[in-house]
Design a binder for this molecule. Structure first.
Ligand code: URA
Length: 432
């Protein structure tokens, strides 16, 4: 077939047949279609949209590009996936907590996407940590340790692996259809029977408002259902970066501190709500109160941290990082971000913050870019917080002072400060 004819069809707003979609994607995987043609395809999908039949076909093609895992009937196999945010390290805490509470969590995650960070990149900031496995290896890890943290591989949704990396650098992320195929293919192929989606809305998310988010939620739920999966959607506010740390090693350290009981209020609330939904969906907890007690106990007792240690060792990582943070990549320059005026934080352009950090290699501009795991920022104020002129509101970590100054300025400009008081915003907006 001629890929250009198919590109013309999609470009001009016609819908594609399932066979056309699978043919195009499979030819790309075989190297018969170039990156530039796939980029054009993705942009055409982004601009023209995908209908339900096309989304279903794309999801199925992604799943069929690799193998699928199935666990024995009746096992509590559950997972969580976020649609992407800034400072979103929740999976790093949630997975070991859930595994320590008897759930099986076969978590397949992605790398940074656009202005957002990716769980895989964060995990790879741990020396030696392996994230690519065959189907069999991955399944065995989950059966032995109750969870595993991996990425797409040649055997696990390779279509998403390759196309995800291309979407990251071609401005083709925020498409409900492309997001649905990407997320659901991973979560169906990995064998999760219960899925909790953290559907983020706001300045740091791909969905700007609740209407767009509901449209995506509907697609995710329908797709999950058609594969026999129980999907719960938690709509959460992504206007303020989550926690303090944004950047791979910095977020990893913040996650480890969390597992040692040093919580920050927003990451505590979100981790608890999302993990609780997994426990409720699988019948391990009867309600939120019971789930919360179990989750708190998993951290306070140290069980969740020990689970994390277990998986770091099993996946070839250096477990000493849990005690010795100097084993993480760090930055030679730590540059303070100083507030220029008094007032209350009214708005934060979290997307601008994410992109500012891509400049210092916390994320990628091209597929082949390597990351600086130590690069990132600590950011303290949230929407509704009062700040004072001259106060340190955060710090930039990066390789040069020159870059740090520029990024600190970009970050400061992302905070809209006004002299009228501003209410704090709810983090959890709705659960469906
Ligand atoms: N997470 C994914 O795995 N894929 C997307 O497209 C967006 C968020």
């Amino acid at each position: 077939f001629n890929p250009v004819e198919l590109l013309i069809k999609k470009r001009d707003g016609y819908s594609l047949a399932p066979a056309e979609i699978s043919c195009f994607v499979n030819a790309y995987l075989k190297g018969e279609i170039a990156d530039y043609q796939m980029s054009a395809f993705l942009m055409a999908c982004f601009l023209q949209g995908l209908n339900k039949q096309e989304i279903e076909a794309l999801t199925k093609t992604y799943i069929d590009s690799g193998g699928t895992i199935s666990f024995a009937e009746g096992l509590p196999v559950a997972d969580k996936h976020s649609t992407g945010g800034v400072g979103d390290k929740i999976s790093l805490m949630l997975a070991p907590i859930a595994a320590s509470l008897g759930l099986m969590v076969p978590m397949i995650s992605g790398r940074g996407l656009g202005h957002t960070g990716g769980t895989l990149d964060k995990l790879e900031s741990i020396l030696g940590f392996r994230t690519s496995f065959s189907l069999q290896e991955f399944k065995e890890l989950v059966e032995k340790h109750s969870f595993a943290l991996a990425g797409q591989s040649e055997e696990l949704v390779p279509a998403d692996k390759k196309i995800y990396a291309l979407r990251d650098v071609t401005a083709t992320v925020e498409s409900p259809g492309l997001i649905t195929a990407s997320i659901m293919s991973k979560k169906i192929a990995e064998g999760a029977k219960h899925l909790v989606i953290d559907l983020k809305i706001g300045s740091g998310a791909f969905m700007p408002n609740i209407n767009k988010a509901k449209e995506l939620a509907e697609l995710l739920m329908t797709t999950g259902k058609s594969f026999g999966q129980k999907v719960t959607v938690v709509f959460s506010n992504m206007n303020s970066p989550l926690g303090h740390a944004v950047g791979n090693a910095l977020e990893m350290i913040e996650a480890i501190e969390y597992l040692k009981g040093n919580y920050l209020p927003d990451t505590y609330e979100l981790t608890t709500v999302l993990t609780a939904q997994m426990l409720i969906s699988t019948g391990k907890a009867k309600d939120f109160e019971q789930a919360k007690k179990m989750i708190d106990e998993a951290v306070v007792s140290g069980k969740a941290l020990e689970k994390f240690r277990e998986i770091i060792i099993a996946q070839g990582g250096e477990p000493k990082v849990l005690e010795d943070y100097s084993l993480f990549a760090s930055s030679p320059v730590i540059y303070p971000i100083i507030a220029k005026q008094n007032g209350w934080v009214h708005k934060i352009d979290s997307r601008a913050i994410g992109y500012a950090l891509v400049h210092i290699k916390a994320g990628r501009k091209k597929v082949t870019d390597t990351l600086d795991y130590g690069a990132g920022a600590l950011l303290y104020p949230k929407i509704g917080d009062a700040i004072k002129q001259g106060e340190k509101i955060g710090e930039v970590h990066c390789a040069s002072k020159n870059e740090a100054e520029k990024v600190a300025e970009l970050i400061l400009n992302a905070y809209k400060i006004a002299d009228t008081q501003k209410d704090k915003e709810d983090l959890i907006l709705e659960i469906a």
